[in-house]
Design a protein around this ligand. Structure first.
Ligand code: FAD
Ligand code: UDP
Length: 408
């Protein structure tokens, strides 16, 4: 007698949502997660200073999908948070001074970069060419035949895109998947939010408690620090769990190349190194503890939750968590600098960003064909599908997969 109806590998959003839905429909579900915690890359926790940090990169929830928002709202209340990002760049003509303007580059950015009058004139010209409130990708803008718009496009390309993209991908904006830079278009608007989605916010207690709640159900057995490699083996067209054929649905949300022992070669990824720093206000008679930095003024490190360093610094962006989570913790703050590099598969390295191009998609297709040889195996998630998914997109896919498996 099989103890479980379904097996889910990975307890990030993809795995947790499928497991939660199957369990609430009466199925017995075993979830195997190789990390010692749930939440996948959205995992958050308190650091030594008591600051709520996102250990695997800053996560901001945003969606236009009412089903996804309502689904999550069963498990969390929301902090109303609208994400705003600025680029921090040296001032033209005074490179030792810095200036900040909104990213996506918008009408306010134009006026900051070129001065109020010239910026307004250029903004009006862009609006005449493309329309008010329109979003124009940097690659489209660079196609303009108008010399003034082309020069402006070059400015934005040089100051916002090319160096940041080289740092993030090791390639130019022309070389990477155009959908990637299209996420951050030039926006002919004064709306300085990073996202325009209808629903935006942060789960009030954080992402980890939210995922824990999704997974908390008597029909779910969750095993942490349990790598599927140790439990699941590939038979001839069948999957074996701890040596016995498993016939129920197996939803796999880890890296697909690893599932098949890298038999066709490794799928390329970018990984990130996160440099965390805790900064603390000096209080009279109390020096800042060892290993921490002294905040000189106020209790924040920077002006926005995320500041992009689009020019010369080695890191792409700095996130200040308190500005993201709204945590009330006076006198101390933790920031994180992101450094991107090629993923090598070395122990401890995490594959973060699939590198989408024709060659890599063709390699992925080989693994997908392998997976299709197992009729009860389903691939789901950023790693298993080798795609870029925001949290809302993967939750929507997970809900749809649960519907399909439950035939509802
Ligand atoms: P993951 O979260 O990666 O979960 C997969 C899980 O499977 C992991 O916990 C992993 O340990 C486990 N696993 C893998 N292999 C095995 C195995 N062999 N055995 C057992 N377990 C295994 N999205 C947004 O909407 N907003 C944002 O602001 C945002 N910011 C991001 C910032 C960064 C730096 C990154 C990298 C992503 C960001 N995302 C954001 C995307 C978000 O992280 C993903 O949409 C989400 O993590 C996808 O969930 P998942 O379950 O597919 O993958
Ligand atoms: N990008 C850039 N400069 C910026 C912000 C983004 O060049 O200031 C480009 C870069 O190529 C990046 C892509 O736009 O990888 C998508 O940005 P997004 O903020 O969506 O990246 P993510 O949050 O996924 O790292």
């Amino acid at each position: 007698m099989q103890r479980y109806d379904c097996l889910v590998i990975g307890a990030g959003f993809a795995g947790a949502v499928v497991a939660g839905e199957l369990a609430r429909a009466g199925k017995k579900v075993l979830v195997l997660e190789k990390r010692p915690h749930v939440g996948g890359n959205a995992y958050d926790c308190l650091d030594d200073a008591g600051v709520l940090i996102h250990k695997y990169g800053p996560h901001i929830f945003h969606t236009n999908n009412a089903r996804v928002f309502e689904y999550l709202s069963q498990y969390t209340d929301w902090l109303d948070y609208q994400h705003r990002v600025v680029a921090n760049v040296p001032k033209d003509g005074a490179p030792r001074e810095r200036q900040e303007y909104p990213v996506p580059f918008n009408l306010t950015s134009l006026e900051t970069a070129f001065g109020p009058e010239e910026g307004k004139r250029l903004g009006d010209k862009l609006i005449a060419a493309y329309g008010a409130e329109k979003k124009v990708t940097i690659l489209e803008l660079r196609q303009s035949k108008d010399p003034e718009i082309a020069a402006l496009a070059d400015y934005v390309y040089d100051h916002v895109f090319v160096k940041y993209t080289m740092k993030q991908w090791g390639q130019t904006p022309e070389e990477i998947d155009p959908n990637t830079t299209a996420r951050v278009p030039v926006f002919l608007s004064r709306d300085d939010r990073y996202f325009q989605d209808k629903y935006q916010g942060m789960p009030i207690d954080g992402y980890t408690p939210l995922v824990q709640k999704i997974l908390r159900h008597p029909n779910i057995t969750l095993k942490l620090s349990a790598d599927a490699k140790r439990h699941l083996t590939l038979g001839e067209g069948e999957l074996l769990l701890d040596g016995e054929v498993f016939e129920g649905p197996v939803v796999y949300t880890g890296a697909v190349d690893e599932f098949f022992g890298l038999k066709h070669g490794r799928l390329p990824y970018r990984t990130l190194d996160f440099q965390f720093e805790t900064w603390q206000e000096e209080t009279f008679g109390k020096p800042v503890p060892k290993g921490r930095h002294a905040l000189t003024a106020g209790e924040f490190y920077q002006t926005h939750a995320t500041v992009n360093y689009t020019m010369d610094e080695p890191y792409t962006r700095i996130t200040e968590f308190k500005r993201l989570t709204g945590q009330d913790l006076p006198g101390v703050t933790t920031i994180m600098k992101e450094h991107s590099r090629a993923y090598t598969g070395a122990p401890g390295e995490i594959p973060y960003y699939a590198i989408i191009n024709e060659e890599n998609n063709a390699l992925y297709a080989k693994y997908k064909a392998e997976a299709d040889g197992y009729k009860n195996l389903r691939l789901l998630g950023r790693l298993a599908e080798y795609k870029y998914y925001n949290m809302d997109a993967i939750i929507a896919r997970a809900l749809a997969l649960a519907d399909e498996l439950l035939e509802r």
